[in-house]
Structure formats: C-alpha cells, structure tokens
Ligand binder design. Sequence first.
Ligand SMILES: NC(=O)c1ccc[n+]([C@@H]2O[C@H](COP(=O)([O-])OP(=O)(O)OC[C@H]3O[C@@H](n4cnc5c(N)ncnc54)[C@H](O)[C@@H]3O)[C@@H](O)[C@H]2O)c1
Length: 434
Amino acid sequence: MQITMIGTGYVGLVSGACFADFGHRVTCVDKDAGKIERLHQNIMPIYEPGLDALVADNVAAGRLTFTTDTASAVADADVIFIAVGTPSRRGDGHADLSYVYAAVREVAAAVKKPVVIVNKSTVPVGTGDEVERIVREVAPDADICVVSNPEFLREGAAIDDFKRPDRIVVGTEDARAREVMSEVYRPLFINQSPLMFTARRSSELIKYAANAFLAVKITFINEMADLCEAVGANVQDVSRGIGLDNRIGSKFLHAGPGYGGSCFPKDTLALLKTAEDFEAPVKIVEATVAVNDSRKRAMGRKIVKAMGGEIRGKTVALLGLTFKPNTDDMRDSPAIAIAQTLIDEGAHVRAYDPEGIEQAKLVMKDVEFATDAYSCAEGASALVIVTEWNEFRALDLARMKSILAEPVLVDLRNIYTPAEARRIGLEYTSVGRG
Ligand SMILES: NC(=O)c1ccc[n+]([C@@H]2O[C@H](COP(=O)([O-])OP(=O)(O)OC[C@H]3O[C@@H](n4cnc5c(N)ncnc54)[C@H](O)[C@@H]3O)[C@@H](O)[C@H]2O)c1
C-alpha cells in the first residue's frame, strides 16, 4: 500500500515509521521545513525511545520518505492519514480544527485517484461529516472515502503501543474503506490485535471517552491520596488494594501531581464542549477537569509547606519537567504550574530533565536549567521529584543531603519510601502516604 501521512509529529512520525516497518510504502509530510530537513539527516524532531533506529532502517530500505510537498505526496496514495495537531482553541476550549480542515483542503485538491482519507487526529464527533463536506466542495468528482481511525499510542512507549495495540478502532460504514483499512492493518490483526469497525461518529467518540475515563481514574486516585493524608492511610496500599480487583485494574492508579500532556487536558475540555453543544452534560468529567486544574498549584503549595511555609529567596530544585518520563513533551506539564507557584512565592527555581530541557525553555521563563540531578540540587533548600524518570529512582540520597542547603525531599511520584529517606536524615514529603 502507498500511504501518505499528513503531519509528522509524535503521532504522524511514529505511525508512519511503523507502517513502513510493516512493509507499506510511506511518505510523511510536514509543513515545518526544519523538521523535514532534520529527518532527511536522520535527526529526530522529538524524543521517543527507539524511533531513530526505526526511521533509519525504513529510510534505508526505501519504504519511508519525507517531504514538505503535499501535492506530490498524495498523488499516488491509496490511503492518506491526517495526523495534524488539534490543540484547544484559544478562549473556549473547543478543539481547534483549523489544521485538520486546512490539511484536508490541500489533500482533496491534489488527489488523482480513488483514495481513503483517514482522520487519525483526535477530533470531536461530527468532524468526519465536515471533512466529507469539504472534500465534496473542493473535489466534487473525486472518489474519496472519509474514515475515522483514532490513535491510542502513549508517548514514551509509542512504537510498542502502535505495533501491539489493545485494539484498532476504525469508523466507517463504507465497504471499500473497510477493505483498504483491513489491508493497512493486516500485519497487526494477524498478530491478534482486534480490529474493530464502528460507525464514524462512534469511533470519534471512543477516543474522547477513553481519554476522559483515564483522566477520571487518575483524578480519583489523586483525591483518594488527599483523603489518605487526612486520615493517616497510605494511598499506595489503597491503590493496590483496589487495583487487584479485575473490574478496576491496577493501571492509572498512581497518585501524583495531576495529569498533563498533549492529550488529556485538551481532550477532556473538548469533550465537555461537545457535551455542552449537544445538551448532554458529562458532570463526572467536569469535576475531573476542575479538580485536576487546581491540583497543580496545590502541589506548589505542598512544597512551600514542606519547606516550612516561607520560601522567598530560597532555591528549589525540580527533578523532571516533562509530563511523564521518556518523552520531551512539555505540553500542559504539571511542572509548569508548580514552578510558577514557587516563583510567585519568591523562590528561585532550578530544574533538570533528562530530555525535556529544550522544550521546557520555551514555556518556563525565569527558571534556571541544570545539566544533571546533582548540580540541580547544589545549595537548594528543597529537592522535588516532579517526573519519575528512571535516573531519579536510584539517586544517591546521602550525597543529595550533603549538597542541599536544607534536607528537604518532596517526592510527588512516591518513588522513595519514607523509611529510606528518613534513614538518611531527609525530611520527606510524598503524595498520599499518611
Ligand atoms: N501525542 C500523543 O501522544 C497523541 C496520542 C494520540 C492521539 N494524538 C492526537 O494526534 C494528533 C497529532 O498530535 P501530535 O502530538 O502528533 O501533534 P504534533 O504537534 O506533534 O504534530 C503535528 C504536526 O502536524 C504538522 N502540520 C500541521 N498542519 C499541517 C499541514 N497542513 N500539512 C502538513 N503538516 C502539518 C505540524 O507542523 C506538526 O509537525 C492530535 O489530534 C492529538 O490529539 C496525540
């Protein structure tokens, strides 16, 4: 199959490289000429484990190419995936679909043969209908099917998720499109990954419902963590105790500083807007969004409290800035609000992240960046673990204590135990542990 991927970001690049690895011929298109230029030199525009080797192998095999020229890239395509961004629209929280619609116009104007346009971007219910309308307007005689195929990969484990998905959801009721999509994903479902066909609107909603459910689950355990602190219980035991129940499951039950990232915050908001427009409120998601929003600054206040209540003029060292480990993605990371709260209280914030510093510099002003965990901690009045990168799991805590100005460790990811921190003489604060 000849596949064209419009948008070469976290989703487009990973999906494109994986499709090429399955044996399809793939052209990845991006408007960002710098990104495409770097890809021509095998320099990855994002940090994702294993991606550079996967891209290099498939480029060398002649199955994966990159371009900025949409028209030439779609001319021979059997399938065109749209994988452009759908950020929150400024002001109202609706999904901003302008990139999707612009991409569809460009594609529809350039197709030369029957083709399936697949929306892989996360888009609100009904977007497929509007895409179809645009296609008919731009190319009334073209033979084009519009399909929904949301993506569920997680940054940091994206290649594995793409190659071994729990399920593949395809929204179409068109027989030819079903055949084409079956062919695209054949290598996966012969490997037992269920390929699920639905109506297009159901497929679009599945993506939002899945993300909202996971956001609710995280927020639920975060509120349980606060309750644990109030009543003297341990949230890790509570989490294990409920997670071993198969009906609940143990994933997404780790208490922490609140969810962030490029998907949950914007997708929960967009779902609320859809629910509002259709007069079918989803109050549980409304509460989740509100609770999570207030949690990030609450984590800043937790740090202030752990430092004795007055932090003006003191240095706070933050370890981990990305919204989760193994990515450089800083979009809506809790670290941003936490650092701002500390700065607002008069502290100097020094931070270190293994892969996220370049992105962090774009969104975190007034923060000093360090080159490793120990130089970050030097002379600080508190060390705060914000993101649980592996390299923070086995810190030399005795060395940390010796270089800190005050022996305060705030562990927002519960990766240490109170006993081991206290043995070394660190004043230890975690999330939801009594
Ligand atoms: N990042 C994730 O973990 C993830 C997971 C599942 C779904 N999604 C969804 O996938 C979509 C893409 O997300 P992302 O994180 O990959 O975004 P991204 O911002 O990393 O990448 C989008 C890319 O599209 C390019 N682009 C925009 N308009 C274009 C056009 N007309 N032609 C060619 N290129 C164009 C941009 O330059 C950018 O490089 C979003 O809807 C997102 O919600 C993301």
